[in-house]
Design a protein around this ligand. Structure first.
Ligand code: FAD
Length: 391
């Protein structure tokens, strides 16, 4: 009998409480039973499987670390494990979830007023209200800190927003969009809760992506959109506050990368044990085992790293550079793992039906979003050298 296929070689799950482990298994079962059978078709068609939302809501994992507003108030470690389990089966579903639970709800939870939290968070937690997070623009990606061109102009108890946002996940169906814009009067970045029916708000679905095809990314145009002062995120005063949200979500993206790598590794291991050439399973060849061990080394190094990252987060010790280092390392190693996974599967490695091809493509998006390798490296570089090398 062959040993079980698992990417958790150092048994990180063993570190979880019984309750956390039960939730991990619940999420895994949902992903394997409900998502795995449909995922390749949706990915190919670049559509989102809206029918899974009620079942995903039942897992009660949205806003898992937040306290109050119907949120479960569990650990950052649990949040990381959830991100990994989602991405292990499909990185797009994990990204959709990260936008809703992390970027959109997180902005409101960390920077909203009490009224704003009460208005939005309970419905978002139950996935009845969908959220998006609009920071990136057609001409402004990495340089968002100092370069946003979307403007906000105060007019009494209202604000007038103008500009464009690109790549915005969930934008095509979001009910509320967190829009980051530069206040033309004090030049600081402020956050706004834009309601989808606001006149002057237009969103176009982005087509022909070669990664995360299930995620519905939108190109947004804002033309004289009027937003009430009461819909401005009350505690978002400058880009530093935006960065607080990103610090939290970047840690989640590192876990997502682990899930993507783990999914690819597990599929590849399984495949190599079944596929026969020269009269025996290809997993029995030394060179194939070497590839598998390299993949597992990376997956294991990543998992132990993000485990400690979550501990720092749970102890209130997480710094920007901690999250950035994990994001850089994990998204880089993941690229390596998925390409080896594809390699050991030969030609079948590029067929969607064998799953690994999807991970290969999706790893490219994780590698670039929530701060590219260069930008996150510069954040770590600044912390360790004392010199900022951004400009
Ligand atoms: P650019 O900033 O143009 O960078 C191009 C290259 O130049 C990169 O390699 C970069 O590292 C390098 N570079 C730039 N500046 C420097 C420097 N100072 N030193 C060295 N190298 C540098 N954004 C949102 O706001 N909301 C979303 O929901 C969202 N979802 C996304 C989903 C997907 C699938 C993708 C691909 C992106 C998403 N984004 C989203 C945008 C994402 O955050 C940006 O793509 C990312 O920040 C990089 O910006 P850019 O693509 O404009 O690249």
């Amino acid at each position: 009998e062959l040993p079980p296929v698992t990417g958790d070689f150092y048994d990180i799950s063993h570190k979880l409480s019984e309750e956390d482990r039960a939730l991990q298994l619940k999420v895994r079962t949902f992903m394997e039973q409900e998502i795995q059978p449909i995922v390749n078709e949706y990915w190919l068609n670049a559509e989102f499987p809206f029918e899974i939302i009620p079942k995903l809501a039942e897992l009660n994992i949205c806003g898992v670390t937040y306290e109050g507003y119907g949120c479960p108030n569990r650990s950052f470690l649990m949040e990381g494990i959830i991100a990994m389990e989602l991405a292990r089966v499909d990185t797009s579903i994990s990204t959709f979830f990260g936008v809703q639970s992390g970027l959109a709800m997180g902005s409101i939870y960390l920077l909203g007023s009490e009224e704003q939290k009460q208005e939005w968070l309970p419905g978002m937690q139950q996935l009845k209200i969908m959220g998006a997070f609009g920071l990136t623009e057609p001409e402004v990606g990495s340089g968002a800190a100092g370069g946003l061109t979307t403007t906000a102009k105060r007019d009494g108890d209202k604000w007038i927003l103008n500009g464009q946002k690109k790549w915005i996940g969930n934008a095509t169906f979001a009910d509320v969009l967190v829009i980051w814009a530069r206040d033309v009067d004090d030049n600081e970045v402020k956050g706004f809760l834009l309601r989808k029916d606001t006149p002057g708000f237009e969103v176009k679905k982005m087509h022909d992506k070669m990664a995360l095809r299930i995620v519905q990314n939108g190109l947004i145009t804002l033309t004289d959109c009027v937003v009430a002062e009461s819909d401005r995120l009350q505690h978002a005063r400058s880009f530093k506050d935006t960065a607080e949200v990103l610090r939290m979500t970047r840690a989640g993206v590192a876990w997502q990368a682990v899930g993507c790598a783990r999914g690819a590794y597990e599929h590849a291991l399984d495949y190599t044990r079944k596929r026969k050439q020269f009269g025996k399973p290809i997993a029995a060849f030394q060179l194939v085992q070497n590839h598998l061990v390299e993949m597992l080394s990376n997956v294991t190094a990543m998992q132990t790293m993000v485990y400690r990252l979550s501990e720092l987060q749970d102890q209130g010790m997480l710094k920007d550079e901690h999250a950035s280092l994990a994001k850089v390392f994990c998204s880089l190693r993941t690229r390596d793992v998925v390409s080896k996974a594809r390699e050991v599967m030969g030609g079948n490695g590029i067929l969607l039906e064998h799953n690994v091809a999807r991970f290969v493509a999706d790893a490219e998006a994780i590698y670039s979003y929530e701060g590219t390798k260069e930008i996150n490296s510069l954040i770590v570089g600044r912390a360790i050298t004392g010199f900022s090398a951004f400009v």
